[in-house]
Design a protein around this ligand. Sequence first.
Ligand SMILES: Cc1cc2nc3c(=O)[nH]c(=O)nc-3n(C[C@H](O)[C@H](O)[C@H](O)COP(=O)(O)O)c2cc1C
Length: 188
Amino acid sequence: MTRTLYLISSAAPPARQASTGIRAAQARGWDVCLILTPSAHRWAAEDLAAGDGLGDLEALTGHPIRHQYKLPSHQDVLPAPDAILSAPTTLQTLTKWADGHADTLALGLLTEALGLDLPVVALPYINAAQARHPALPRAVATLRGAGVRVLLHDDHEPVGFTPHRPKNGNVDAYPWQTAVDALPVVAP
Ligand SMILES: Cc1cc2nc3c(=O)[nH]c(=O)nc-3n(C[C@H](O)[C@H](O)[C@H](O)COP(=O)(O)O)c2cc1C
Protein backbone atom coordinates (compact mmCIF):
# COMPACT_ATOMS: atom_id res chain seq x y z
CA MET A 1 0.00 0.00 0.00
CA THR A 2 1.37 3.41 -0.94
CA ARG A 3 1.56 5.80 1.96
CA THR A 4 1.36 9.55 1.71
CA LEU A 5 4.08 11.88 2.91
CA TYR A 6 3.58 15.63 3.15
CA LEU A 7 6.89 17.35 2.49
CA ILE A 8 6.53 20.86 3.88
CA SER A 9 9.30 23.20 2.74
CA SER A 10 9.95 26.67 4.06
CA ALA A 11 12.09 29.40 2.52
CA ALA A 12 15.70 28.36 3.12
CA PRO A 13 18.06 27.52 0.23
CA PRO A 14 17.51 23.70 0.22
CA ALA A 15 13.88 24.41 -0.73
CA ARG A 16 15.27 25.16 -4.18
CA GLN A 17 16.37 21.50 -4.33
CA ALA A 18 13.13 20.01 -3.05
CA SER A 19 13.25 17.50 -5.90
CA THR A 20 16.19 15.82 -4.14
CA GLY A 21 14.10 15.21 -1.03
CA ILE A 22 11.07 14.15 -3.07
CA ARG A 23 13.08 11.58 -5.02
CA ALA A 24 14.69 10.22 -1.84
CA ALA A 25 11.25 9.73 -0.25
CA GLN A 26 9.75 8.26 -3.42
CA ALA A 27 12.61 5.75 -3.51
CA ARG A 28 11.41 4.57 -0.08
CA GLY A 29 7.88 4.06 -1.34
CA TRP A 30 6.26 7.33 -0.27
CA ASP A 31 3.64 9.11 -2.36
CA VAL A 32 4.95 12.64 -1.80
CA CYS A 33 2.79 15.78 -1.72
CA LEU A 34 4.71 19.06 -1.56
CA ILE A 35 3.42 21.98 0.49
CA LEU A 36 5.35 25.25 0.43
CA THR A 37 5.22 28.26 2.71
CA PRO A 38 4.20 31.42 0.87
CA SER A 39 7.85 32.55 0.78
CA ALA A 40 9.08 29.19 -0.50
CA HIS A 41 6.33 29.28 -3.11
CA ARG A 42 7.61 32.65 -4.35
CA TRP A 43 11.05 31.08 -4.73
CA ALA A 44 9.73 28.04 -6.62
CA ALA A 45 7.66 30.28 -8.88
CA GLU A 46 10.88 31.99 -9.93
CA ASP A 47 12.94 28.80 -10.37
CA LEU A 48 11.30 28.00 -13.67
CA ALA A 49 14.49 27.00 -15.46
CA ALA A 50 16.15 25.22 -12.57
CA GLY A 51 14.26 21.91 -12.58
CA ASP A 52 12.75 22.75 -9.21
CA GLY A 53 10.09 25.14 -10.46
CA LEU A 54 6.43 24.59 -9.69
CA GLY A 55 5.65 22.75 -12.93
CA ASP A 56 8.60 20.37 -12.48
CA LEU A 57 7.64 19.62 -8.91
CA GLU A 58 4.00 18.99 -9.81
CA ALA A 59 5.12 16.60 -12.54
CA LEU A 60 7.50 14.85 -10.17
CA THR A 61 4.97 14.37 -7.36
CA GLY A 62 1.86 13.96 -9.50
CA HIS A 63 0.02 16.31 -7.13
CA PRO A 64 -0.75 20.04 -7.08
CA ILE A 65 1.78 22.07 -5.06
CA ARG A 66 -0.16 23.75 -2.28
CA HIS A 67 0.91 26.91 -0.50
CA GLN A 68 -2.23 28.52 0.88
CA TYR A 69 -5.40 27.50 2.65
CA LYS A 70 -8.27 26.45 0.42
CA LEU A 71 -11.58 28.27 0.58
CA PRO A 72 -14.11 26.54 2.84
CA SER A 73 -16.25 25.67 -0.18
CA HIS A 74 -13.38 23.92 -2.01
CA GLN A 75 -12.60 20.20 -1.84
CA ASP A 76 -9.29 18.84 -0.52
CA VAL A 77 -6.99 18.19 -3.48
CA LEU A 78 -4.42 16.08 -1.64
CA PRO A 79 -4.78 12.67 0.01
CA ALA A 80 -4.54 12.70 3.81
CA PRO A 81 -0.97 12.33 5.14
CA ASP A 82 0.46 9.31 6.93
CA ALA A 83 3.62 11.19 7.92
CA ILE A 84 5.05 14.69 7.67
CA LEU A 85 8.54 15.90 6.85
CA SER A 86 9.31 19.57 7.41
CA ALA A 87 12.43 20.25 5.33
CA PRO A 88 14.01 22.65 5.11
CA THR A 89 12.65 24.21 8.28
CA THR A 90 13.51 27.89 8.75
CA LEU A 91 14.00 29.57 12.11
CA GLN A 92 10.70 31.33 11.50
CA THR A 93 8.71 28.19 10.77
CA LEU A 94 10.27 26.27 13.66
CA THR A 95 9.55 28.97 16.26
CA LYS A 96 6.04 29.77 14.99
CA TRP A 97 5.20 26.05 14.83
CA ALA A 98 6.34 25.52 18.42
CA ASP A 99 4.20 28.47 19.55
CA GLY A 100 1.12 27.17 17.76
CA HIS A 101 0.86 29.76 14.99
CA ALA A 102 -1.21 28.53 12.06
CA ASP A 103 -1.43 31.55 9.76
CA THR A 104 -0.22 29.66 6.67
CA LEU A 105 -1.28 26.29 5.29
CA ALA A 106 2.20 24.92 6.07
CA LEU A 107 1.95 25.94 9.71
CA GLY A 108 -1.65 24.80 9.92
CA LEU A 109 -0.64 21.32 8.83
CA LEU A 110 2.42 21.25 11.07
CA THR A 111 0.59 22.41 14.19
CA GLU A 112 -2.33 20.05 13.66
CA ALA A 113 -0.04 17.09 12.97
CA LEU A 114 1.05 17.05 16.61
CA GLY A 115 -2.50 16.37 17.75
CA LEU A 116 -3.11 13.76 15.08
CA ASP A 117 -0.22 11.66 16.39
CA LEU A 118 1.33 11.49 12.93
CA PRO A 119 5.05 10.72 12.66
CA VAL A 120 6.68 14.12 12.14
CA VAL A 121 10.32 14.82 11.27
CA ALA A 122 11.88 18.28 10.95
CA LEU A 123 15.22 19.02 9.33
CA PRO A 124 16.18 22.68 9.92
CA TYR A 125 18.47 24.81 7.80
CA ILE A 126 19.72 27.77 9.78
CA ASN A 127 23.02 29.53 10.25
CA ALA A 128 24.99 29.69 13.48
CA ALA A 129 23.96 33.29 14.17
CA GLN A 130 20.28 32.40 13.86
CA ALA A 131 20.92 29.36 16.05
CA ARG A 132 21.98 31.63 18.91
CA HIS A 133 18.54 33.22 19.12
CA PRO A 134 17.00 32.26 22.47
CA ALA A 135 13.75 31.25 20.78
CA LEU A 136 15.45 28.34 19.00
CA PRO A 137 16.27 26.04 21.95
CA ARG A 138 12.80 26.69 23.38
CA ALA A 139 11.15 25.76 20.11
CA VAL A 140 13.26 22.64 19.63
CA ALA A 141 12.53 21.47 23.19
CA THR A 142 8.81 22.15 22.79
CA LEU A 143 8.55 20.27 19.53
CA ARG A 144 10.62 17.33 20.76
CA GLY A 145 8.41 17.20 23.85
CA ALA A 146 5.41 16.94 21.53
CA GLY A 147 6.96 14.00 19.69
CA VAL A 148 8.58 15.68 16.70
CA ARG A 149 11.96 14.30 15.66
CA VAL A 150 13.90 17.55 15.23
CA LEU A 151 17.07 16.67 13.36
CA LEU A 152 19.26 19.40 14.77
CA HIS A 153 22.58 17.86 15.71
CA ASP A 154 23.04 18.36 19.47
CA ASP A 155 23.25 16.48 22.77
CA HIS A 156 19.83 14.87 22.12
CA GLU A 157 20.21 14.12 18.42
CA PRO A 158 23.20 12.26 16.98
CA VAL A 159 22.27 12.91 13.37
CA GLY A 160 20.95 15.85 11.47
CA PHE A 161 21.78 19.40 10.54
CA THR A 162 24.64 21.42 12.06
CA PRO A 163 24.25 25.22 11.66
CA HIS A 164 26.85 26.78 9.39
CA ARG A 165 28.63 30.13 9.56
CA PRO A 166 26.47 32.89 8.04
CA LYS A 167 26.93 33.07 4.25
CA ASN A 168 28.70 29.68 4.32
CA GLY A 169 25.82 27.28 3.83
CA ASN A 170 26.26 24.24 1.61
CA VAL A 171 22.93 23.22 0.16
CA ASP A 172 24.48 20.25 -1.59
CA ALA A 173 25.39 18.80 1.83
CA TYR A 174 21.87 19.22 3.21
CA PRO A 175 21.08 15.73 4.58
CA TRP A 176 17.78 14.97 2.83
CA GLN A 177 18.50 11.23 3.06
CA THR A 178 18.94 11.43 6.86
CA ALA A 179 15.50 12.99 7.12
CA VAL A 180 13.91 10.34 4.90
CA ASP A 181 15.69 7.62 6.91
CA ALA A 182 14.07 9.03 10.08
CA LEU A 183 10.57 8.42 8.68
CA PRO A 184 8.72 5.17 9.34
CA VAL A 185 9.46 2.38 6.88
CA VAL A 186 6.75 1.96 4.25
CA ALA A 187 5.58 -1.64 3.98
CA PRO A 188 5.92 -3.00 0.43
C1 LIG B 1 18.32 34.24 0.07
C2 LIG B 1 17.71 33.96 1.42
C3 LIG B 1 18.21 32.93 2.18
C4 LIG B 1 17.65 32.62 3.42
N1 LIG B 1 18.16 31.60 4.14
C5 LIG B 1 17.57 31.26 5.31
C6 LIG B 1 18.05 30.14 6.04
O1 LIG B 1 18.99 29.44 5.64
N2 LIG B 1 17.42 29.82 7.20
C7 LIG B 1 16.37 30.56 7.68
O2 LIG B 1 15.84 30.21 8.75
N3 LIG B 1 15.91 31.63 7.02
C8 LIG B 1 16.48 32.00 5.83
N4 LIG B 1 16.01 33.07 5.14
C9 LIG B 1 14.93 33.87 5.72
C10 LIG B 1 13.57 33.26 5.48
O3 LIG B 1 13.34 33.08 4.08
C11 LIG B 1 12.50 34.20 6.08
O4 LIG B 1 12.62 34.23 7.49
C12 LIG B 1 11.10 33.82 5.70
O5 LIG B 1 10.20 34.75 6.27
C13 LIG B 1 10.79 32.43 6.19
O6 LIG B 1 9.43 32.18 5.97
P1 LIG B 1 8.85 30.69 6.04
O7 LIG B 1 9.43 30.03 7.23
O8 LIG B 1 7.38 30.93 6.16
O9 LIG B 1 9.22 30.07 4.75
C14 LIG B 1 16.56 33.39 3.90
C15 LIG B 1 16.04 34.43 3.12
C16 LIG B 1 16.61 34.71 1.89
C17 LIG B 1 16.03 35.81 1.06
